[in-house]
Structure formats: structure tokens, C-alpha cells
Design a protein around this ligand. Structure first.
Ligand SMILES: Nc1ncnc2c1ncn2[C@@H]1O[C@H](COP(=O)(O)OP(=O)(O)OP(=O)(O)O)[C@@H](O)[C@H]1O
Length: 259
């Protein structure tokens, strides 16, 4: 598999009122095309800081990111906007990410327009195709976002993320707020989309059980550092780091064999 994302030596320290927090401390990660890297860690370990750096919302103090062969941190302005189509995000809090009064059609139409995917005539057809692909009826196009359930909103968020035809989705606690049944269905949808489109995922969560269900490899973060990385089954069954052992212990069914 070819390398899609290469993160090398990424560091970021927040300094507020005389306190310094090393949120990212020399983080290096790799993701191949079409694979899922799970990133787990306790609250405050630096996961969201990494996703904010990838999104280019904050600049790291040092380190490099190569994405699709390009120096991701040096992209600016129009070129960054253009390349952003290829790396899309899905967050936990979709009500905050969307204007709740906006229709589903406008939420999905924006990326199509911005990235020049479909002209105004083709747009509604493309929106309906996207809705159907994520398991929502075409009639949802006219619904305001606030009328959708959490699971339905997360499907819209996934539809919006895949609309500009990315090669990588960064999913930051994307299923954490959903109840167990809905969460399972969204994970199934993500797996199906990955197979169809060769998408790669950086799947960020504090919940090792959820990450285990979807990731090929797992990286464990603790206090800004990657303390362990390996095939998903290995990290869950033979955790080497203290941080991974704590996360495994927090999921009793992973360590207890069924009767
Ligand atoms: N803007 C900021 N200013 C100062 N400190 C910050 C800022 N953002 C994050 N931090 C600190 O950096 C560390 C890493 O935070 P981050 O949000 O990246 O962790 P996380 O693993 O995503 O946690 P959670 O799962 O709770 O969201 C924490 O100690 C946090 O308090």
C-alpha cells in the first residue's frame, strides 16, 4: 500500500498564564491509502490537538506533514483550500458544526459548489446520491438540520465529508455521542465506504473498544506522545505500554472471554 499521510516529529506546546503544556511531543505517524489508523488516548493526551493541526486550524511548533506527496504545512490560501478537498473531517458535535437552521441540501451542496464537484444543475442529483449512499431518504434534502436525530446528523456529516471525494477522513470522536446500536451502524457504513472508495481513516477516540472495531492499526497517545503502535489485535490483546493497559482495563469485555 502506498503512503498517504506521513507525520514526522510533530510538536505543539500551549503556553497560557505561565503554564506550558506539551500537547504534542515529537509525534510521528503513517497512514497508507485505504487503511484505518486508530488513535486512542485518555482525555487530555493530545488527540484533538493533532486533528486541529491536520486541519490547519493551529500551527505546530515543529515537525512536518506530508499528504498525498505534498508538504501539507506549507500550503496556503487558494492552494490549501483546493487541496483540503482531499482531507475531510467528521467531528462529534455536528450540531455545532452545522447551522441548525440550514437544510440538509445546503449542508451537502456547499462542498460540491466550493470544490467545483457538480454544477448547479447536477447538484441536487449528487445530493440525493450522497444521501442514499449514507442510508438516508432523498426527502431528507429539504429537512432543516435541527430536525434530525444524532445518528441521522452524523450520516449527513459523513455525506458532507465524502462529497468532495477525499482520500482521507479524520474522524474525531465521530461516533462517541451515539448510542451503541446507532454507533454500530455508522461504523458499518464507514467500513463499506472504505471498501468502495479506498478511503483512509484516522479514527480518533478515547474508547479502545470502538477503535478496535474499525482500525487496522492502533496508535496509543499519552501526554502528547505516541507510546505504542501496532496491529489493532496486538495492541488490544498484548498491550505493552501502561497507557494502553489502562485503556484495555477500561473495556472489560475486551479482556474477558465469553462463556
Ligand atoms: N487552546 C489551548 N490552550 C491551552 N492548553 C490547551 C489548549 N488546547 C488543549 N490544551 C491542553 O493540551 C492538552 C491536550 O489537549 P487535547 O484537547 O489535544 O487532548 P485530547 O486527547 O483531545 O482530550 P479530549 O479527549 O478530552 O478532547 C491538554 O492538557 C489540554 O488541556
Amino acid at each position: 500500500m502506498s503512503e498517504l499521510l506521513t507525520i514526522d516529529g510533530l510538536s505543539k506546546t500551549y503556553s497560557t498564564t505561565g503554564r506550558h503544556v506539551a500537547a504534542l511531543d515529537n509525534v510521528s505517524l503513517r497512514i497508507a491509502a485505504g487503511e484505518t489508523l486508530g488513535l486512542v488516548g485518555a482525555s487530555g493526551s493530545g488527540k484533538s490537538t493533532l486533528s486541529r493541526v491536520l486541519l490547519r486550524l493551529i500551527e505546530p511548533d515543529s515537525g512536518s506533514i506530508r499528504f498525498e506527496g505534498e508538504d501539507w504545512l506549507s500550503l496556503r490560501g487558494a492552494e490549501l483550500r483546493r487541496r483540503r478537498a482531499r482531507m475531510q473531517m467528521v467531528f462529534q458535535d455536528t450540531l455545532a458544526a452545522f447551522n441548525p437552521l440550514a437544510s440538509v441540501a445546503s449542508v451537502l451542496g456547499d462542498p460540491l459548489r466550493i470544490h467545483g464537484i457538480a454544477n448547479s444543475k447536477q447538484r441536487l442529483t449528487e445530493i440525493i446520491t450522497l444521501l442514499e449512499r449514507v442510508g438516508l431518504p432523498a426527502a431528507f434534502a429539504s429537512r432543516p438540520v435541527y430536525t434530525l436525530s444524532g445518528g441521522q446528523r452524523q450520516r449527513v456529516a459523513i455525506a458532507r465529508a465524502i462529497a468532495p471525494r477525499p482520500s482521507l477522513l479524520v474522524l474525531d470522536e465521530a461516533v462517541s455521542a451515539l448510542d451503541v446500536t446507532i454507533r454500530g451502524r455508522i461504523l458499518e457504513l464507514l467500513v463499506a465506504l472504505q471498501r468502495e472508495r479506498g478511503l483512509a481513516y484516522l479514527f480518533i477516540s478515547h474508547d479502545l473498544a470502538v477503535v478496535r472495531a474499525i482500525a487496522h492499526r492502533i496508535a496509543v497517545m499519552d501526554a502528547g506522545q505516541i507510546v505504542e503502535e501496532g496491529p489493532a489485535a496486538d495492541v488490544v490483546t498484548v498491550p505493552r505500554s501502561e497507557a494502553a493497559r489502562r485503556l484495555v482495563a477500561a473495556v472489560p469485555r475486551l479482556v474477558t472471554e465469553p462463556d
